[in-house]
Design a protein around this ligand. Sequence first.
Ligand code: SF4
Length: 352
Amino acid sequence: MTISDKTDLFGLFAYEIAELITPFGLKPYRGKQIAEWLYKHNVHQFDAMTNLSKEQRSRLAENFAITEVTLKAKQHSADGQTSKFLLAFSDDMAVETVLMRHSYGNSVCVSTQVGCAMGCAFCASTLTGLVRNLTGGEILAQVLYITELLKLQDQKVDSIVIMGSGEPLANYDNVLRFIRLVHEAYSLNLGYRNITLSTSGLVMAMDKLAAEGLPITLSISLHAPNNVLRSRLMPVNNRYPLEQVLAAGNRYAEATGRRITYEYTLIAGVNDQPVHAKELAAILKGRLANVNLIPINPVPERGLLRPELSEINRFEQILKKEHINVTVRREMGADIAAACGQLRHKVCQSDG
Ligand code: SF4
């Protein structure tokens, strides 16, 4: 039997593992023990699961597999605050995972798809289109990889942002599996409130997520204050125009009591003018919302540039004057091209 014939246990819930192992003579409670080895202790060899008998361990190894990620490349920002990892799965497909060290804790940004089909004009992930969805286990493996690194420094992952390459809501079931798995006590036991999911605005999936009853933070990529400009930057706007996205944001905020974060990437000469700031303030007025302004990490392939600091400040001040909650994302990782997809693109180009 080759490894690919064996059922992979990584990415399964404890109850699912229990169902699979009982036909092999292991008691159901062993499912939780194995899940703890996988997700709490990051153990990938059955032989190291020392609370199982030797005989049980070899029976498991004969019939099941545990997949692992491998590191293909890494980059650290000059200030040491941001580290970016290119992690490969068993089929050698790779995605980027980013560790951001904030004053308030360590945050991991995970990818949910290899590539992305959404075609946003400012994003490197979309340059090669969608390659495939990641499984729940493959998304979790990214967080566990970072968890192991942080353990060496006596630190842990404090929050997760689902904002790397891919549209998470286009890979709904796998992303939900990941969110639930990472929350389990036998895994990282991470509170839902410490998880942020970012979407380009898939309205039907946003409503579905609102109905799950999970208090995760929803972040919506807006990037433009009107349909004409948004459709230019984000083709998804042709399917779900701005008004529909904002209405779904309101429904999510009502259902969960959670404030929506609207992401707005500032691109020099494209969407960073005072007229855009005023328009943005007008459409967000009265909503349970924060605006996160993100000066673009330049995408050389697309000729998109970062606005001057004075333009960024002016945009922020206009929103503040209109009583919109606004923050400007601290410059993290610009020197290592932290825009989603850029490391992968570089390595894949040099590979190819
Ligand atoms: S910004 Fe996000 S949704 Fe848009 S193409 Fe990039 S990864 Fe996809």
